[in-house]
Design a binder for this molecule. Structure first.
Ligand code: GLY
Length: 428
């Protein structure tokens, strides 16, 4: 199967690695990838393309005669890349623009959940500061303020500081047509569960947990994610099926009922609250860096299941097979991240890290174009991924890998894949 993969960050490097790693002689996979990530480029034929230009993606897909287009990031989906590719009769893994509204509009996602009977935080959609302040009065602290529109990971502020909450809301509203969703704070540990969907059938992957704040102990500002692990030993076994039954399936059924079937991966961001499972957010693509650990645990071919999701045949393909192994990833970030980042520093030690059995390094923000050497070129730079028999071993191995890699200004969390000893989740 020839696959065109759109996007060139860490998530796409992890997807490409999984496609190649799980390729078999009976079902070989060849990849065409988007140029710009030196490690991703090693895994297939690389082409420059504008991922936000549907026509450009269609041009690449048709000239390369691919069997499947896989769209990694949300922005091309919201720009209508899947719609354009489908118009040319090429299967695409990733929802149409209408279905991508589940991520592109927080208020739309709330409406779908209300119509589908899915439990989420109480919320108010506001278009004026008067409405925002009234919502703060009703819901109280901590204040959860979400930009209604896509904001490249910078849309959500959770704070007990009302002035900071108001200021974020004001800046979201200052854009033409700006709106914010103010919602109740959901307590309880968060879980990311990705579900393949083909418009009707839902197939869950393995749960993972992301570490969103920049500093140890969940201190500091939100980031795109500083590390992740899977499996979640503290999560009751039946949680996955409960999430499918109570969240993913009702949403997929509701999207089909509305005439906008969802095909691709539905990322369910959930809080395991004392009152039960509650949805924090939906995304319409794989999470980053959770994908790096979830796909690392996949022991069956990835390409056929992505193709099945794209073509409405998920019910006919075997369920994915998961390793009992644990996987941990630690993100190494540039100085200044998640603020203004300090880039252009040579990176050393990747080969030494990858020489450790069970370790590989995903490139999220590296470049060989600024100088001839490999340098950091983004906020999140590398994801050191380790797979081992237990979480303790995988965590130790990932940090051994991190210790071998260096670039000026680098920082990472030192508590990835740890959780409070008294963490206990019961499903009502
Ligand atoms: N790890 C969070 C996200 O992918 O949105």
């Amino acid at each position: 199967m020839k696959v065109l993969l759109v996007g060139n960050g860490g998530r796409e490097h992890a997807i490409a690695r999984a496609l190649v790693r799980t390729s078999t002689p009976e079902q070989p996979v060849s990849l065409v990838v988007q140029a710009g990530n030196p490690a991703l480029e090693q895994l297939g034929r690389s082409l420059t393309m504008d991922p936000l230009d549907p026509k450009d993606v269609v041009r690449r897909a048709t000239s390369e005669k691919v069997d499947l287009v896989v769209v990694g990031p949300e922005a091309p989906l919201v720009a209508g890349v899947a719609d354009a590719v489908l118009d040319y009769g090429i299967p695409v893994f990733g929802p149409t623009k209408d279905a991508a509204r589940l991520e592109a509009s927080k208020s739309f996602a709330k409406q779908i959940m209300a119509d589908a009977g899915v439990a989420t935080a109480r919320s108010f959609t506001c278009t004026t500061m008067e409405q925002v302040e009234a919502a703060f009065d009703v819901l109280g602290a901590p204040y959860v303020v979400k930009d209604d529109a896509l904001a490249a990971g910078k849309g959500v502020v959770v704070t007990t500081d009302r002035a900071q909450a108001s200021s974020h809301a004001r800046s979201c509203l200052s854009r033409d047509g700006g709106a914010v969703v103010i919602e109740d704070y959901l307590d309880g540990p968060e879980v990311s569960l990705f579900c393949f969907a083909d418009g009707a059938t839902v197939v869950p992957l393995q749960p993972a947990q992301d570490f969103k704040r920049v500093g140890d102990g969940n201190e500091g500002p939100n980031t795109g994610g500083m590390g992740a692990y899977s499996p979640l030993l503290w999560l009751p076994e039946e949680a996955t099926q409960r999430i499918v039954d109570e969240v993913a399936q009702p949403v997929i059924t509701e999207m089909a009922r509305r005439g906008t079937p969802f095909r691709g991966v539905l990322y369910c961001g959930l809080a395991m609250t004392s009152k039960g499972i509650r949805v924090v957010e939906f995304n319409v693509r794989f999470g980053d860096p959770e994908t790096q650990v979830v796909l690392e645990r996949l022991d069956s071919p990835l390409a056929p299941i992505l193709y099945a999701a794209a073509t409405g045949t998920l019910a006919k393909v075997p369920a994915p097979v998961w390793s009992e192994d644990a996987a941990v990833t630690v993100v190494m970030a540039s100085g200044g991240y998640p603020g203004r980042t300090d880039i252009g520093h040579p990176i050393t030690g990747i080969e030494a890290a990858e020489a450790l059995a069970g370790v590989h390094v995903i490139h999220a923000g590296t470049s060989e174009e600024i100088t001839d050497a490999l340098v950091n070129s983004g906020g999140r730079v590398l994801d050191v991924v380790a797979r081992a028999a237990t979480l303790d071993e995988a965590r130790a191995l990932a940090y051994r890998g991190v210790g071998l890699i260096h670039f000026d200004g680098e920082h990472h969390r030192s508590d990835i894949a740890t959780w409070p000893a008294d963490l206990a989740v019961t499903l009502d």
